[in-house]
Design a protein around this ligand. Structure first.
Ligand SMILES: C[S@@+](CC[C@H](N)C(=O)[O-])C[C@H]1O[C@@H](n2cnc3c(N)ncnc32)[C@H](O)[C@@H]1O
Length: 303
């Protein structure tokens, strides 16, 4: 998710870069001014991030391209360059990109999201789901793209069994330390949905996970099969003004409401609620998202 987050640590050597990141951006000029061949690659990367954050696309692209020639294995920069080159977007962020981002973001994710960016998507999504599940303590629930377990914390009291799935080992490690999941799996979501047994969940949550997918037809129809009839699914996306979805310079996707409604309808869901709200802040600006709750209709509710 960086560079759209606020703070990054300045690396102390080339070998550490970029997994050691939490210093404020104000430290970068000092770092960039330092000389010596070992520091030049991180300095180029830092200048790319700085330009990217303030929207200087041409400068950011040039710095990232220079950095990429030295570090071609950096899947995050490769991903960001797709956006900055206005190239054809990927169907979703690649596995290597997600694993790369969260390998270093994992250890400051909770602090950055909760303390700095006022992340409230997990709370809002659980509140929206809970309105359809009053008083339940017995849910079999899937936290899809569970990350460090922030949504898991919200839903845990309503569950008898909580399963978490995430592509990032580093995020799973953080989630494991909470001790709230009955099962945690490292897996890519679409691949996992294709092999996990069907019809087993009362509720599935995708909180801030679908921002890495373009066409939600890749995920939501597959998730449908894993809900029990009458089961519900809730998800958040960042709100987009352009239909159906846009791959933005942040490396994430925004989605138009039309796309959400078309995909859930085609998959066979019934819309329970849909509302827009502030998911978090970014550089002082509210990030508006759609919170959507849908149901897999039971035979009874179809009559
Ligand atoms: C912004 S975090 C959200 C984490 C958590 N749900 C929360 O609300 O705090 C997005 C998570 O989705 C995971 N993710 C992204 N694409 C994925 C995919 N294709 N398969 C599995 N997990 C994925 C990332 O590894 C990351 O942990």
């Amino acid at each position: 998710m960086p560079p759209s987050r606020q703070h990054r640590r300045v690396p102390t050597s080339c070998a550490e870069y970029p997994r050691n990141c939490d210093a404020p951006i104000t430290c970068w000029p000092h770092f960039c001014a330092s000389s010596g061949p070992l520091k030049s690659i991180p300095a180029i990367h830092s200048s790319g991030i700085g330009a990217h954050i303030v929207g200087r696309r041409v400068e950011a692209r040039a710095a990232y391209e220079e950095y990429q020639r030295a570090c071609p294995q950096d899947a995050e920069v490769e991903h960001l360059l797709i956006a900055l080159r206005d190239a054809s977007p990927p169907s979703r962020a690649s596995n290597t990109c997600i694993e790369h981002i969260y390998s270093y973001f994992a250890w400051f994710y909770d602090y950055n999201m909760c303390d700095e960016l006022e992340y409230q998507a997990t709370k809002l999504l659980w509140e929206a789901l809970a309105r359809s599940l009053p008083g339940r303590k017995d849910l079999v629930a899937l936290d899809a793209g569970c990350g460090t377990g922030l949504f898991g914390l919200a839903i845990k009291p309503a569950t008898q069994c909580l399963v978490g799935v995430d592509l990032s080992e580093a995020m799973i490690d953080q989630a494991r330390q909470r001790g709230i999941y009955d099962s945690l799996k490292k897996a890519e979501l679409t691949e996992w949905f294709s092999r996990d047994p069907a019809r087993q969940y009362d509720v599935i949550g995708l909180c801030d996970t679908l921002i890495y997918f373009g066409d939600l037809g890749q995920v939501l129809p597959a998730a449908f099969k894993h809900l029990k009839p009458g089961g519900i699914l809730g998800f958040t996306v960042e709100k987009g003004e352009v239909s159906p979805f846009v791959f933005t310079d942040s490396g994430r996707f925004t989605h138009h409401q039309n796309h959400l409604l078309a995909v859930v309808d085609a998959a066979g869901y019934r819309v329970v609620t849909q509302a827009e709200d502030v998911l978090r802040f970014e550089y002082g600006e509210a990030v508006i998202g759609w919170l959507t709750v849908v149901e897999r209709p039971s035979a009874k509710s179809l009559v």
